[in-house]
Design a protein around this ligand. Structure first.
Ligand code: MN
Length: 260
């Protein structure tokens, strides 16, 4: 495919006009992973994007919903064979409540185990204030592709994650932030990916859309000292490698042929 913008973390079901947004994504030609926050909303997101060439619905269970939605883990397991994409999942230690954190860990460990067994999943992962536990949960034998979404932890844990081959997706809000240069500098260039986290991230006065990853490209171009079209080519190459990696891992073990 011709190098182009893409978005590995976008909340299609939470925008004001999902159908219109799908049409815009199609006309822009921007491959987009449409994350969901609970298994019970995955199917409606999948329906919204049915027939779309560029929207890939992802099955998720957001850590901030884990305490109230952990009963949906059974539904998560049943739906998992219907998609290669998983997110938003992870841990969020903004809560101080030890029992909520425990439930988050139990849910996340179960999800990571299911994805490891499947072998070809692409996960977009939330890790706020819980980065070390997120990386530890995957261990060093995880079968699948991991994208750390909106990473904001220590550089030491970031190094550990990238040494394991994890990708790091960066969004317009991160690109405006003080730590961006430091984080970008630390991630190998072939492990950087784009995201918006729209509509939670804004661009100007409106919620970010997948094509707003162009704002991130602008900033990366400045920091790397590389022309914008070369940045897009490099990052799109990373995106294509990400998609190949999971698939080949699964087919090498003789599974996944029935998965799309
Ligand atoms: Mn998100």
């Amino acid at each position: 495919m011709t190098p182009r913008l893409f978005d590995t973390h976008f909340h299609l079901d939470l925008v004001a006009d999902p159908k219109g947004t799908v049409r815009q994504i199609e006309s822009d030609g921007t491959p987009t992973i449409a994350v969901t926050n609970a298994p019970s909303v995955y199917e409606s997101t999948a329906r919204m994007s049915a027939g779309s060439r560029h929207v890939r619905p992802a099955l998720g269970l957001h850590p901030e919903l884990a305490a109230e939605r952990h009963r949906e883990l059974g539904l998560f397991a049943r739906l998992l064979p219907s998609t290669r994409y998983v997110g938003e999942v992870g841990l969020d230690y903004v809560t101080q409540d030890p029992s909520v954190r425990r439930t988050q860990r139990r849910v996340f460990e179960e999800i990571v185990g299911l994805c490891d067994a499947a072998g070809d999943k692409v996960l977009t992962v939330h890790s706020r204030r819980a980065e070390a536990d997120v990386v530890a949960t995957f261990g060093d034998q995880f079968r699948g592709a991991v994208i750390l979404h909106w990473y904001s932890g220590s550089l030491g844990t970031l190094d550990k994650a990238t040494a394991r081959g994890f990708y790091v997706s960066v969004n317009p809000a991160m690109a405006r932030g003080k730590r961006f240069a430091q984080i970008l500098d630390r991630v190998p260039r072939d492990q950087v990916l784009l995201e918006t986290d729209g509509p939670f991230v804004s661009v100007g006065k409106r919620p970010a859309l997948p094509h707003d990853t162009s704002r991130v490209v602008d900033r990366v171009s400045q920091l790397w000292g590389v022309p914008k079209d070369e940045v897009v080519a490099k990052l799109f190459d990373n995106f294509e490698r990400l998609l190949r990696s999971g698939a080949s891992a699964a087919s090498a073990r003789g599974v996944g042929a029935h998965l799309r």
